[in-house]
Design a protein around this ligand. Structure first.
Ligand code: PSU
Ligand code: MN
Length: 307
């Protein structure tokens, strides 16, 4: 694969320093401008403070960029025309010299191909509600099952059917490990009420777990779920009310496929007067902080093994 690495990523790669992969759909299609730009700059800064290079991934004029310069990041945040690219869209985007933001599925595939082992997002995609009517299951799940990378998320977005998403992750053989938590988080809330069997308390445990995962030649991602902070969570019954309203509106307006997730997030933002966006930013920032710490631990473990 042909990549354009930023100077910072090149430097970290050649010196075996830690790198954290970040997606661009969360900023281009998951948040409005200028909040998305402030968020993106802020998480990049938080990574650097920890000595970790932020590798924000996007496609610009048909080239895959790993690590964005400021004006490239701004373009992704401002543009109304930027495409939403999942893994299967990549060949077309490259051939047609398109500009697109990458979803979890496209980002982890690119990161893996570029030998980056840790990735943070807000919440992964999953099985949509009323799946029996439309069969909408995010490509994220399939790609998580075939890409060996650590993925840090606050569970899956609560606009989804979370019990079915958890079952599907099991079928696909994606291990889930709770970070200081025994429950699967529901994005805006700390728990969806369903227990997860495995949990860890430290970043080092995640790094060691992933090394075993690789030794076993498992090809799936290791999904680390990190609940939103208590301070910023939205009570389940409050957010559920707005989610139901947003789902009805989506049906009425015939929104489906790729547009559904961005539509629901935007409708929730308006309905909650910005509270859902605040929660989304807070949980994604937490995941980036945790992802950066895991990337550091993993790089220490790997460097120790080779020295
Ligand atoms: N996390 C967020 N906001 C987002 C996303 C994740 O906090 O907008 C994006 C990711 O890019 C994920 C996508 O891959 O939503 C899922 O889209 P879909 O349901 O269409 O597969
Ligand atoms: Mn879908």
């Amino acid at each position: 694969m042909d990549f354009i690495f930023s100077k910072e990523i090149k430097k970290h790669k050649s010196n075996n320093l830690p790198i954290l992969a970040l997606e661009s759909t969360i900023i281009a299609h998951g948040m409005p401008y200028p909040e998305n730009y402030h968020f993106a700059k802020n998480i990049e800064l938080n990574c650097r403070k920890q000595g970790v290079a932020p590798a924000t991934i996007a496609v610009l004029d048909g080239r895959i960029h790993i690590g964005l310069e400021d004006k490239e990041l701004k373009k992704i945040c401002e543009s109304k025309k930027i495409l939403k690219l999942s893994k299967r869209d990549l060949p077309f985007a490259l051939a047609q010299k398109q500009c697109g933001a990458t979803t979890v599925s496209a980002t982890i595939w690119i990161a893996y191909k570029a030998s980056i082992s840790v990735f943070s997002t807000g919440g992964i995609g999953g099985v949509h509600r009323e799946v029996e009517k439309h069969f909408d299951v995010s490509q994220d799940l399939k790609v998580l099952s075939e890409t060996p990378i650590i993925t840090v998320s606050a569970g899956a977005k609560s606009i989804l059917d979370l019990p079915k998403t958890i079952e599907k992750l099991e079928t696909l053989g994606v291990p889930i490990v709770g970070y200081k938590s025994n429950f699967f988080p529901a994005f805006y809330t700390r728990s969806c009420g369903l227990r997860i069997e495995k949990n860890v308390d430290t970043e080092k445990q995640v790094a060691l777990l992933f090394l075993e995962h690789l030794r076993l030649d498992l090809c799936s991602s290791l999904l680390v779920v990190n609940p939103i902070s208590k301070k910023n969570e939205i009570p389940q019954d409050k957010i559920d009310f707005f989610i139901s309203k947003a789902l009805i509106l989506a049906k009425k307006q015939g929104v489906s496929g790729k547009n559904l997730t961005p539509f629901l997030l935007e409708t929730l933002r308006k309905e909650t007067k910005g509270d859902s966006l605040k929660a989304n930013i807070s949980l994604a920032e937490n995941n980036v902080k945790l992802g950066a710490k895991i990337a550091k631990e993993l790089s220490l473990c790997v460097n120790m093994a080779f020295n």
